[in-house]
Design a protein around this ligand. Structure first.
Ligand SMILES: [Zn+2]
Length: 279
């Protein structure tokens, strides 16, 4: 099971005292999460003002810093349409990532299938030698994915629940996983929640053997099913060798919640479930 750390998301630098924005801060937090078991990272690189950026120099600076801190750990970035809504302008900016040297080019990037022009963004990433994480938010994203001629070339499919309530978020995860399983597409699934649904979906993913992610992009709260005073400093994922203590320790108190932001992943050994392998 891969646990990916989502370090900052779209949140403002002021959203949480531990939220990393600069390449140096991203590298520091990545190293801490990797020491806790994270096996991959998803980040939203920023410009000099702290705003989200798709510019080649900003992407490269963040990736290089994280790679120096965590050699060999895959690094991914966002391509969210909110950063540059014009599809062709965004596609051209992402195409320029192909000019990055191998140490500065992201290993993969997430593409939201509910966004206009997603297929051209995904094609551009593959042509640049960057892996694609296909982001499925809603059931209608599933037929979009299978209609893409290069769907089988995806690195993985992200099952991204939107409900803020734990029970509803887990039901969304099950619905999306079942829909993907019915397609026969054999790509690994990484399942995660958002805000109030984040911890419940992480537990659901673990229970069912899927890859998962957690971090300040997804939630700035401690687990909601455990009172803060009794929340352990370590959270066992698969025995004593795989504990996400630093991830837990760096999530803020329940009253630090900020509905405007999200976070990413870490890795734990074990089998990787795909859409068709789910029992
Ligand atoms: Zn993100």
């Amino acid at each position: 099971m891969l646990l990916k750390a989502c370090l900052n998301g779209a949140r403002a630098a002021t959203a949480h005292p531990c939220l990393p924005v600069t390449p140096e801060a991203l590298a520091r937090e990545a190293a801490a999460c990797h020491a806790a078991g994270a096996g991959a990272f998803h980040v939203h690189p920023r410009d000099a003002r702290g705003a989200e950026s798709l510019h080649t120099a900003d992407i490269g600076a963040a990736v290089v810093a994280i790679r120096r801190a965590c050699p060999g750990v895959p690094v991914g970035v966002s391509t969210g349409a909110w950063m540059l809504p014009d599809v062709e302008a965004r596609r051209a900016r992402i195409a320029a990532w192909a000019t990055l040297s191998s140490d500065a080019r992201p290993d993969f990037a997430s593409v939201n299938l509910s966004e206009s022009g997603w297929a051209s963004i995904a094609d551009t990433l593959l042509d640049a030698g960057i892996g694609v994480e296909a982001g499925v938010w809603f059931p209608e994203d599933v037929p979009r994915l299978v209609s893409w001629p290069r769907a089988s070339a995806c690195l993985r499919v992200l099952v991204e629940t939107q409900a803020p309530e734990p029970e509803a978020a887990c039901q969304q995860a099950r619905t999306l996983v079942d829909a993907l399983g019915a397609t026969g597409l054999q790509r690994p699934l990484l399942v995660h929640g958002d805000e109030g649904g984040a911890w419940a979906v992480l537990a659901w993913a673990r229970q069912h053997g899927f890859d998962a992610r957690i971090g300040l992009e997804d939630t700035s709260c401690f687990r909601t099913d455990v009172p803060p005073r009794t929340t352990p400093r370590s959270w066992p994922m698969r025995g004593p060798r795989h504990r996400i203590h630093r991830v837990d320790a760096r999530l803020g108190p329940a009253d630090a919640r900020d509905s405007a932001a999200r976070a990413d992943p870490a890795t734990v050994t074990g089998r990787t479930r795909t859409a068709v392998s789910r029992a």
